[in-house]
Design a protein around this ligand. Structure first.
Ligand code: GDP
Length: 427
């Protein structure tokens, strides 16, 4: 991934999230000096398997599992201090040293308990299928210019005054929404006073840190959360997340210029899944949906919710290629398809009897499209031990070649299992 011309790379999900970005970032972090989260909050839930251990990281970049890597939570992230410190403590308990390797942007906004109450109350009326972690309301406050930023905790007396007004406002809204629980000012003051001394030791102008690192020729990996189809602008609105998950958001959310980014890797599953609500055009029939979910362990890392499963959708991936400017693809979970006799691939849609090549901009249209399938042969053999492309069965190679042609983007990696070593670099 990294070479003399590629110093700064972005890894984004090119479907609806859960593509296995955590594993890819974990593999690529080995070559990186910095790993940066640029958006989202503690709703991401990357799963990384190292040896016999499994780590679920919600807030901390998965690069933390590599000793030489410095991790950054960028300004575009909303930070839940409770999750952040419970993850840091859990890592320490399991022998992962984090001291001096973890920085949080002074400009990142905080997720507070009242955000979680607001999330639960609005989810009842809106039904977006959020994880209920307070992320959306925290971003709403950021855009509303009334958020509390990590850097604010350097002066707790100011924060107290902020909080009085913010908590009172949240309670007015909660009462309006008929919520049973209201927020407590004391709880907020205690929480932030408790975390401030620890958080302050991690706080930095991380944009400047990364700028200096780039100048010094360091290698930087920008790690996206969720997927491109959940992007606030480019996703299937309103069933989207509240931040810019796509590669443009990486520059904004990390605090570096877009011209610093040299490569954008889009992670896609060899099939498609979607958690939460909203259309999934290439949804499989119930028996295959069940089979893919079982084989692929398709349950949300944060909520345990079953994911809806379907076939690879080339229209979705081509769209992700366009809105991210993807320079390469990483195809994950090829092994999940090992036992399928026939594997449909959605090559495009039909809408009102007409072929539709481009991804529709409205959920209503997406709900009405009919997927057009091409059925490819399965390989009925295990791929999990393959470490080179030529060790894959020929039908699996043909399958990948077809995905590559449909996506019009080269495949750079193929993942064939959960472990770090189960990866095939291509080219
Ligand atoms: P992320 O948020 O994109 O990192 O995705 P998740 O961590 O929510 O989901 C990915 C899941 O797939 C995790 O449980 C990974 O361990 C697992 N995974 C990643 N790559 C592969 C693969 O190639 N094969 C299999 N079977 N599982 C994989």
């Amino acid at each position: 991934m990294f070479d003399d011309r590629t110093r700064c790379a972005v890894v984004v999900g090119a479907q609806w999230g859960d593509e296995g970005k955590g594993k890819l970032v974990d593999v690529l972090a080995e070559q990186a000096d910095f790993v940066v989260r640029y958006q989202g909050g503690a709703n991401a839930g990357h799963t990384v398997v190292t040896g016999d251990s499994q780590f679920i990281l919600r807030q901390i970049p998965s690069g933390i599992l590599h000793a030489g890597v410095t991790c950054v939570i960028g300004n575009g992230v909303v930070v839940d201090p409770v999750t952040l410190f419970s993850e840091l403590d859990a890592l320490t308990e399991r022998g992962v040293a984090t001291d001096g390797r973890m920085f949080v942007s002074d400009r990142a906004h905080l997720v507070l308990p009242f955000h979680k109450l607001l999330d639960a109350a609005s989810e009842k009326s809106q039904g977006i299928g959020t994880t209920g972690k307070g992320i959306g309301p925290a971003y709403e406050d950021k855009v509303g210019r009334r958020g509390v930023r990590v850097g604010d905790l350097r002066d707790m007396s100011r924060v107290r005054t902020f909080l009085e007004e913010r908590v009172a406002r949240a309670n007015r809204m909660l009462a309006m929404m008929g919520a049973a629980d209201l927020a407590s000012l004391d709880e907020h003051v205690d929480l932030l006073s408790g975390y401030a001394p620890r958080l302050n030791t991690l706080t930095a102008d991380t944009g400047l840190l990364l700028h200096r690192a780039l100048r010094a020729g360091k290698r930087i990996l920008l790690e996206g959360a969720q997927g491109s189809l959940l992007d606030l602008d480019h996703g299937t609105y309103p069933f989207v997340t509240s931040s810019s998950t796509t590669a443009g958001g990486a520059a904004v959310g990390a605090g570096i210029g877009p011209t610093s980014i040299d490569a954008v890797l889009g992670v896609v599953k060899a099939y498609t899944t979607r958690v939460g609500n909203g259309p999934l055009p290439s949804a499989a029939a119930p028996a295959d949906d069940e089979r893919l979910r079982k084989e692929g362990g398709e349950f949300g890392a944060v909520t345990g919710r079953p994911r809806r499963c379907g076939w690879f959708d080339a229209t979705v991936v081509r769209y992700a290629v366009r809105v991210n400017g993807l320079t390469g693809l990483a195809v994950t979970k090829l092994d999940v398809l090992d036992d399928f006799e026939k594997i449909p691939v959605c090559t495009g849609y039909e809408l009102d009897g007409r072929r539709c090549e481009e991804f529709p901009d409205e959920v209503e249209l997406l709900e009405r499209v009919k997927p057009v399938y091409e059925v490819l042969d399965g390989w009925r053999a295990s791929t999990s031990a393959a470490r080179r492309l030529d060790e894959l069965p020929s039908a699996a190679r043909a399958y990948l070649a077809r995905l590559e042609a449909l996506a019009e983007t080269p495949i750079r990696y193929v993942s064939v299992g959960t472990r770090r070593d189960q990866i095939i670099p291509v080219g």
